[in-house]
Ligand binder design. Structure first.
Ligand code: SF4
Length: 362
């Protein structure tokens, strides 16, 4: 089992952001921690393998708030292998890092996005590129050595060369993992209001290809469409999603999947504080589970083990979805290799289309 905790507070709002978050307010955070404590008590939580604090900006909380927040999870750490805390460079400091270390956090995911300061201003990010390496070294200084960096591409005014240069810089830093995301202009973001466009699809594709090449050439193994890790540093939490493991989603706006029920928590803080946690829950029937397992599993570069599919559903994947598999193997988008069904390099780019074939083939 895994736990995702949504911390919906940010000191400032990024121009591209459409996530659920509110401006950091001490009183709201205190109420949030109290409501979260009650939400945790609703569940019989045990045998947790990974915990992930995402946001929002978890590092926007004060030292004491982080201490209080993480102490809610101290009792669930016996089997935890990976404990991640998302942070932005501008609000992480040595005191916060010591508290994270004290509570067993062993992985930091750092929102870097770009090393171009002008673009950071345009994105309304508050750190500057020269701060980042110092923060990475600070993280190491408290004994946390598993560090992931988020980078964005297809940003307005960003060139392919610049993106390549930035990746070529960060691969020499002492980090273990890189996630790359293309900018999408979300309807309710500041960029959408200002009618700012992302780069065109062709440039976006070139940046992705070049990004993959540079990261792989420098020892970062692509294990999912957008995620690259050094050996033994592939995110166990994210692999949990792609392996279709159940997980608790805690906090306002979080999504969870327990006993084949997918649920979403309220985005309304007042409701959350009142204990009205879930706004939606839906049972996933066997047919949906069989499809969703493929939907998430094909995101992994290793694909889906035919044997584990049989072990889970007692049917052969390559028989149930015979037509979809044959069609996409003929197109060069899927392959069966060492007992795994997986997307080829081309297929990764057209996963959506591949999955439509699976949807209509059951
Ligand atoms: S830090 Fe993340 S959640 Fe907060 S505004 Fe920026 S993109 Fe949105």
């Amino acid at each position: 089992m895994h736990i995702y905790v949504h911390v919906p507070f940010c000191d400032s709002i990024c121009s591209y952001c459409d996530f659920f978050r509110v401006k950091t307010t001490p009183q709201l955070i205190d109420k949030y921690i109290e409501a979260l404590r009650k939400e945790i008590n609703l569940y019989d939580i045990k045998n947790i393998k990974t915990i992930y604090f995402g946001g929002g900006t978890p590092s926007a909380l004060s030292v004491n708030q982080i201490d209080e927040l993480l102490s809610l999870f101290d009792g669930y750490l016996d089997n935890v292998e990976e404990y991640t805390f998302e942070a932005n460079p501008e609000n992480l400091d040595i005191e916060k890092l010591r508290i994270l270390k004290k509570h067993g956090v062993n992985r930091i995911s750092l929102g870097v996005q770009t090393l171009n300061d002008k673009l950071l201003v345009l994105l309304n990010r508050k750190h500057r590129s020269e701060d980042v390496l110092g923060i990475i070294n600070l993280i190491h200084s408290v004994g946390i050595h598993n560090i992931s960096i988020d980078m964005m591409y297809a940003l307005p005014y960003q060139s392919v060369e610049e993106f390549k240069d930035h990746l070529a810089t960060i691969v020499n830093w002492p980090i273990t993992h890189v996630s790359i995301y293309s900018l999408t202009i979300e309807e309710h973001s500041e960029f959408a209001r200002k009618h700012i466009d992302a780069l065109d699809n062709e440039l976006e594709g070139i940046m992705y290809e070049e990004g993959v090449r540079i990261l792989e050439e420098n020892g970062f193994i692509r294990y999912e469409v957008a995620n690259f890790g050094r050996e033994n540093y592939h995110s166990r939490h994210n692999l949990g999603y792609w392996n279709y493991d159940p997980y608790y989603g805690l906090g306002p706006g979080a999504v969870g999947f327990i006993d084949n029920v997918r649920y979403e928590n309220t985005h309304n803080l007042v409701d959350y504080f009142d204990g009205k946690y879930r706004i939606e829950e839906e049972y996933t029937d066997l047919k949906e589970q069989m499809f969703e397992y493929i939907m998430v599993g094909l995101r992994k570069c290793e694909g889906i083990s035919l044997q584990s599919y049989y072990d889970k559903f007692n049917v052969h994947l390559d028989e149930v979805y015979k037509d979809a598999i044959r069609k996409n193997i003929n197109k060069g988008w899927l392959e069966i290799n060492n007992g795994n069904l997986r997307a080829t390099k081309d297929g990764m780019q057209f996963l959506h289309t591949v999955l439509i074939d699976f949807m209509s083939d059951d």
